[in-house]
Design a protein. Structure first.
Lengths: 341, 341
DNA sequence: AAATTTTGAACAATCGTGTGAGCAATACAT
DNA sequence: ATGTATTGCTCACACGATTGTTCAAAATTT
């Protein structure tokens, strides 16, 4: 039955069946016209026009849930990230959203708070909703709950070395190596590292790059502290470092948020950067230009990571193979590194 | 037919029908057990246990798409925001995601790039996907495409005055008035305002607050410049302001991103804040503590907005009425405002 | 023993779209 | 006039879960 809707009344939209009844024809005919298969199924152009006109008049919009069920395809991608409020991830999310939208996909967003349990649950919820694929920046180093998934997955920023799941990430090792080397070249002998979540490959590789550079220099003490990618952690870790009898002359901070915390601690203790302390931050942000001093940092190729991840996911969804990639980051030299005597 | 899956093989999950066939019973029985209605429909506890055991063994997970179609409910909320990479919105998104997740809802995310056309399309796509409700930070001042929507909507941060759609936002007017008054109290007579997207109510109310404070002071020139909430806009607008013969002695910047641009311009021109220029920023961010100087800013109640918005949306979805709210912001006084002589 | 109630489940329709198969009616060929 | 091809559509089922109705068998009452 078709109801006339008075102005202001809320309508739930007309269905194919209702259009069919309105025109005294079968639902299949209407469906075929509206999905552009009129010619293929030899619908007369008369009928075709009539259906199109009626659909337009009633502002017909296909119920995507019903289509999904029938076509086993949701045009929806699950995006699972640890912290959408982290500038790195929200920039990544923006690029990914834009890229996916251009391809007709929408994003179901899950924020895991870097909690493996929430992550596992998120993956399940997304698959229950029949997403066509998943983009995940995972927590942990094992990734058991990614084994035998029925949907294509591409890992972003973080990944699992033993698992055969394609990934895109910054070349964390080499850029950390380079950053640490810069500090070494400036004569620093006591370089500490404030890390993020230890059980993520990106953190681990950054730490490895740091350690490797120090080991190659053959004269430095390795000191890694910290537990997550937050301002709080940067702050507390830095305070701890400065409590030591042997204070660091330089800090390598493994994320933009951590860096804010480190700077806050330094400021509170009256330590001048770079005079009293040199600082390099992983993950460049616009405001690093404006802090006092401007911060030397490692700029991650966020846009390229996002685009590449989407491209790879599409390849997987088309049944193709795809190769994991590490993209080089760029060291942006500013004012926070000074020669240590 | 039930297929035995070898290790590593990808499974799409078992269905109710398949469980039913496996146990030689009807789908309805299985469904009733699995949705916890066994007692209500007098399923024997024998059968109940058998079904539960089988479901568990095969790791049964209900197909949410099918449930949605049947129940006319998707447990999904559309979140439509102008720019997820803007710290204000991504913080808001985080709070909203967390809040909704706790209530068993997932988020379909759309980023409109502050483009009304993309926004309109997004709303349609979300409704096609049968979202249960919408949270929107809209573009524009009219909001025609929000009239007669078939789903509950709550506007966040931005809203439409003539439309009867509930909203939660910062009390932009009063906090802008207060911020401008602080500049006036410090003796500034040439206070310029760098605005964001003009056709948003939040921007407009901030400008109104600014204007109103100046008018009440009865001795100031109103100067508003700018076009969107980006660093780029802050930068270019500030450069333009400093080209004037009558340079501003203070700037009121209407977003955190704009502020970064303004500071960048000031730095390039060799203008010292606050000596040569006082600055207040709308929308506080952690790094405003660390810039040189630390920036006086208006802190928006992001968490409260997010929670309130979700709460209101739930009220609407339950068929209740709900009242729009403006929540007061807090002026955080730091070092970027100085007396002007 | 007959009538009634209770138990434990199956049947069939539904949500809205999409699709292989089928089937009249017409057009054309022989 | 009979056979074949084409046209233009309808039928009926599928996707997977939920639910009002129905119904035989067992248990209980009279």
């Amino acid at each position: 039955m078709y109801l006339f809707l008075t102005f202001g009344m809320k309508s739930d939209g007309i269905t194919i069946k209702e259009i069919a009844d309105l025109l005294n024809m079968s639902g299949s005919t209407v469906s075929r016209v509206l999905s552009g298969k009129a010619k293929k199924f030899r619908i007369s152009s008369e009928t075709e026009e009539l259906v199109k006109k009626t659909a337009k008049e009633h502002n017909y919009r296909p119920n995507q849930i019903a289509r999904n069920l029938r076509l086993q395809k949701s045009n929806t991608i699950g995006l699972v990230i640890p912290d959408i409020s982290n500038p790195f991830f929200c920039n990544l999310a923006l690029k990914i959203e834009t890229e996916l939208r251009a391809q007709g996909k929408l994003i179901l967003l899950c924020d895991t708070h870097d909690d493996s349990k929430i992550e596992k649950e998120s993956i399940e919820l997304l698959i229950d909703r029949q997403v066509d694929g998943l983009l995940v920046a995972p927590v942990g180093l094992k990734g058991d709950h990614f084994k035998n998934l029925s949907k294509p997955v591409v890992m972003i920023d973080r990944y699992f070395e033993e698992l055969d799941i394609p990934f895109v990430s910054t070349n964390n090792f080499s850029s950390s190596y380079e950053a640490t080397k810069l500090l070494l070249e400036n004569g620093h002998t006591r370089i500490s590292c404030v890390q993020g979540v230890e059980s993520t490959i990106s953190n681990r590789e950054r730490v490895n790059g740091y350690k490797s550079a120090l080991q190659d220099s053959d004269k430095n003490i390795i000191e890694v502290i910290g537990s997550d990618f937050t301002i709080e952690n940067g702050y507390k870790s830095a305070l701890k470092l400065f409590e030591n009898s042997q204070k660091p002359t330089a800090i390598f901070s493994l994320s933009n948020q951590i860096t804010i915390g480190v700077m806050k601690a330094a400021r509170e203790l009256g330590l001048k950067i770079p005079d009293d302390l040199s600082l390099i931050s992983f993950d460049d942000q616009p405001y690093f230009e404006l802090t006092e001093p401007a911060i030397t940092s490692v700029r991650q190729p966020v846009e390229r990571i996002g685009k590449k991840a989407v491209q790879m996911l599409f390849e997987l969804m088309e049944g193709k193979e795809c190769k994991s990639t590490l993209i080089d980051a760029k060291l942006i030299s500013r004012e926070s590194v000074q020669r240590s005597e």
